[in-house]
Design a protein around this ligand. Sequence first.
Ligand SMILES: Cc1cc2nc3c(=O)[nH]c(=O)nc-3n(C[C@H](O)[C@H](O)[C@H](O)COP(=O)(O)O)c2cc1C
Length: 183
Amino acid sequence: MTEQPQTILAISGSLRARSSNTAVLRAAGKAVPGHIKFVPYEDLGELPHFNPDIDDDEHEAASVKNLRAQIASAKGVLFCTPEYANGVPGSLKNALDWIVSSGEFNAKPVTVISVSTFPTGGEKALESILLTLGMLGAQVGEAGSLKIPVISKKLGEAGEVTDEATLQAIRQLMENLIQRMNA
Ligand SMILES: Cc1cc2nc3c(=O)[nH]c(=O)nc-3n(C[C@H](O)[C@H](O)[C@H](O)COP(=O)(O)O)c2cc1C
C-alpha cells in the first residue's frame, strides 16, 4: 500500500493580491522537500462571519466544512500573518473562531510567521495568534514562530523573498515543523 504524502496547509492572513505574507508562504513552500505536499489555503475571504447560531450541522457553510477538512487532513499548518491595528487581521481571526468548537487544531503541529513593513515585525499579531492557537490546543513549541520585520527591504522586483538571512530562517522553521510532524 502506498503511503499518503504528508501535507502542510499554508494559511496567509492577508487577502491582498500582492501580499508579502503570501510571498513568504511561497518561499516556505520552496523550502520543503518534494515528498511533502504544500497546499495554500485559498478561501479565507469566502468564510462567513463566525456566528455560534450557524455553527451546527444544519447550517454549516461549505467553506467552513472545507476549512475544517483541510486542517484535519494536514499533518502540519503554517500561518503567515500581517498585523493590523496591533492585532490579527479580522479575516484570519474569523477563520480561527470557526475552529473553536470543531477542534481540528488540537495537538496539531503549527508554525506561525508574522510579517510587517514595520521594524517590530508584527510582534503583537504574533503574540495574539499564539494565544489563540494555544487555546485551540495547537502545538507550536519554542522554535515554531518567527517575526519578519521591514519586509519591503527583503523582497525582489517580482515580490519574491530575496533576503538570504530571511530565507535561511524560513528553511529552519520548516525543518522544525516537519520534525514535529514526524515526532
Ligand atoms: C489597516 C492596516 C493596519 C496596519 N497596522 C499595522 C500594525 O498595527 N502593525 C504593523 O506592524 N503593521 C501594520 N500594518 C502594516 C502591515 O504590516 C503591512 O501592510 C504588511 O505588509 C501587510 O501584509 P501583506 O503585504 O501580506 O498584505 C498595517 C497595514 C494596514 C493596511
